[in-house]
Design a protein around this ligand. Structure first.
Ligand SMILES: CC(C)(COP(=O)(O)OP(=O)(O)OC[C@H]1O[C@@H](n2cnc3c(N)ncnc32)[C@H](O)[C@@H]1OP(=O)(O)O)[C@@H](O)C(=O)NCCC(=O)NCCS
Length: 229
């Protein structure tokens, strides 16, 4: 089962008491304000997602999000590694966390829909993706390019290779009918793994959300709730 949560910069609590002592040390090392606020909002979003998943009675500071040797985030509680898949992304003033209730790995990405220069798709897209995008009416291109890019990032995070890998090792096959506000799975062909992978996609307030998981499409991602109904 895949769960997700989006948080805005305005949701992030003032002060840093909700970070662990080790995380507060990491925070001190950031020199670029944008990187600092992205990192802080990302940690906040993951911790809120973990609280929504395990129980809102857990205080955020008991959770710790530490990068593994590849830079991928891993969740801990009271210093013990939680056996669950976790991924995070930030874009604009928002952050997205996606997690699995088991040790199944996961990758997610969040991108604002915006125009990109032709060289971007020429450098990073496969020939099939290029012809798909060029065949679209101009008003649908920005959304399709953002979606293809985001799906690639999610897959590269799923395999924890990030942009060290060639983005053309992931081929994205978009449905012909455009994007929807609810989750839909899209076709992926990748040489990074012999087995099938699924990417879920969704458009929300001008942003593309994608979540990549191993295997064939199962139940679509569900939103974590921070308030009891
Ligand atoms: C992973 C990567 C694709 C993220 O892309 P991005 O558009 O910059 O940022 P996003 O907001 O989508 O995602 C950032 C999050 O991805 C996660 N991440 C970083 N490396 C990861 C990896 N190898 N696998 C999975 N997730 C990773 C981190 O949690 C990061 O957030 P944090 O630094 O606040 O913890 C990119 O950072 C990358 O390729 N990194 C590996 C290569 C590298 O280290 N390059 C040096 C950059 S200076």
């Amino acid at each position: 089962m895949v769960h997700f949560l989006i948080q805005h910069e305005d949701d992030v609590a003032a002060g840093n008491g909700w970070l662990s002592p080790r995380e507060r040390e990491t925070l001190k090392r950031f020199r670029v304000p944008k990187r600092l606020s992205d990192w802080r909002r990302g940690r906040w979003t993951v911790k809120q997602a973990l609280r929504a998943f395990f129980g809102l009675e857990y205080p955020a500071e008991r959770f710790e999000i530490l990068p593994n040797s590849e830079g991928a985030p891993e969740p801990y509680i009271d210093g013990h590694r939680l056996p669950m898949g976790l991924s995070l992304a930030h874009s604009g003033n928002r952050a997205l966390c996606a997690l699995t209730g088991s040790d199944m790995p996961i990758g997610c990405d969040l991108e604002r829909i915006k125009p990109r220069i032709p060289e971007f798709i020429e450098d990073y897209f496969t020939d099939a993706e290029l012809s798909h995008v060029r065949g679209l009416p101009p008003e649908r291109r920005d959304e399709a390019v953002t979606l293809i890019w985001s799906a690639k990032e999610s897959i590269l995070k799923l395999f924890q290779v990030g942009l060290r890998a060639d983005t053309r090792t992931v081929g994205v096959i978009l449905p012909p009918d455009g994007c929807f506000s609810d989750w839909r799975d899209i076709g992926i062909a990748t040489s990074l793994a012999p087995d099938p992978v699924t990417v879920w996609k969704r458009i929300d307030r001008g942003m593309v959300l994608t979540v990549a998981v191993p295997g064939v499409p199962g139940v679509k991602p569900t939103a974590l709730q921070l308030e009891t109904p």
